[in-house]
Design a protein around this ligand. Structure first.
Ligand SMILES: [Zn+2]
Length: 381
């Protein structure tokens, strides 16, 4: 599937703003006549009433299916059966990255249109034409690629600001990786997740996401802790969802996400958010690149202030537990992983060394900056 063409892909329409959820019916009516919503009970308790009102105003029938919790192959197949039984012509994910991935995969298999209503800005899943499928126990299983992106992505900024701030923080971790990985992909002339070489547009959006986050992440997190929507919050939601979504897909993934995928192979990291593990991947990628020490230091200080993990301790690992680090490194470097989009060859042993090295350095940088020491993560908590 190697190709010398450049390409950029995107959702049909992206909508973001306070109160946007009140217009979901109006936008869905352009896509189909029989929508099927998929959301877990918790999310539906928060936004179901507003969705139902809007759907009624648009004269569309209302049906919601509960989401099983994990975007596994079995859950996707179950949703396909529900779509067929309901005769739905557009399936709508309401919630976080997991339900969005499951619905994209189900919408594709059922050959109907699909839309996403992210209620958190915790991953860059909503805009892309791919889904990540996990095993029932939460280990990375495979990427599934689809011939088209979602027809609609609608984000209500107030709904995102009402969610716990740590979810926005996780999204910032996912989105910070975007530029690091797109930059590496551009340097190595590698294929992106969109199935071609990166365009200037894809790479530029990835870089813009990075700039927006360095400028706005800290005030945005503070605002969301009080459930307020400010211009900084709007910018961070767009960076996490649209800029990072287009940027990772059409700009390319590299070491950071491969290391994230490797981390999921170790039980000690289970329960951490995607963006938290990705942040360990970003820092490890900087080490692998031999990035300037000032860049590595800045990254550690900034992500500590944001509230993201940048030590092994914070993801349940230890620098002297080489067996676990080898499991991570082996999974991160399997053939086909995006780590091979780095502009140089990366072997498993390189990943082990880079991972083992971040602990001591990050602890020292944090100490020198007067930032808090890492708090150990215990899986299941
Ligand atoms: Zn990601």
């Amino acid at each position: 599937m190697s190709s010398s063409v450049r390409t950029v892909i995107s959702p049909g329409r992206y909508i973001q703003g306070k109160g946007a959820i009140h217009r979901i019916g109006e936008y869905l009516a352009r896509l189909g006549s029989t929508p099927l919503f998929v959301a877990d009970d918790l999310v539906w308790g928060l936004v179901g009433h507003d969705v139902e009102l809007s759907v009624k105003q648009a004269d569309l029938p209302m049906r919601r299916e509960a989401f099983g919790g994990v975007p596994s192959a079995a859950e996707v197949d179950r949703l396909v059966a529900v779509i067929r039984e309901a005769g739905a012509d557009v399936v709508v994910a309401v919630g976080g990255g997991s339900v969005i991935d499951a619905v994209k995969a189900a919408g594709h298999l059922a050959d109907i249109r699909w839309a996403n209503v992210p209620t958190v800005a915790s991953t860059d899943a909503p805009c892309s034409a791919l889904a990540v499928i996990y095993t029932e126990s939460g280990e990375f299983e495979e990427y599934r690629f689809f011939p088209r992106n979602p027809d609609l992505v609608l984000v209500d900024s107030q709904v995102v600001a009402n969610a716990p701030a740590h979810l926005l923080v996780a999204g910032i971790g996912d989105a910070l990786a975007t530029w690091l990985e797109a930059r590496a992909t551009a340097r190595s002339h590698s294929q992106t997740m969109a199935g071609g070489l990166p365009t200037l547009a894809g790479t530029a959006l990835a870089e813009l996401s990075w700039e927006v986050l360095w400028e706005n992440a800290l005030p945005a997190i503070a605002a969301v802790q009080d459930h307020q929507v400010t211009p900084a919050v709007e910018k961070v939601i767009e960076a996490n969802t649209l800029l990072s979504g287009l940027g990772f897909e059409s700009g390319g993934l590299a070491a950071a996400h491969a290391i994230h995928n490797g981390l999921t192979a170790v039980g000690a990291t289970h329960g951490l958010a995607h963006g938290q593990k990705v942040n360990i991947g970003s820092l490890t990628q900087l080490v692998l690149e031999g990035a300037p020490t000032s860049d590595v230091r800045d990254f550690i200080e900034f992500t500590t202030r944001v509230g993201l993990p940048n030590t092994l301790t914070e993801v349940g690992l230890r620098s002297d537990d080489l067996d676990s680090l080898r499991v991570v490194a082996d999974a991160a470097t399997v053939p086909g992983e995006t780590i091979h989009a780095m502009p140089f060859e990366v072997a498993g042993a390189d990943v082990v060394s880079a991972l083992a090295s971040i602990e001591r350095f990050a602890v020292r940088v944090r100490e020198e900056a007067g930032l808090p020491a890492p708090v150990p993560y215990v899986a299941g908590h």
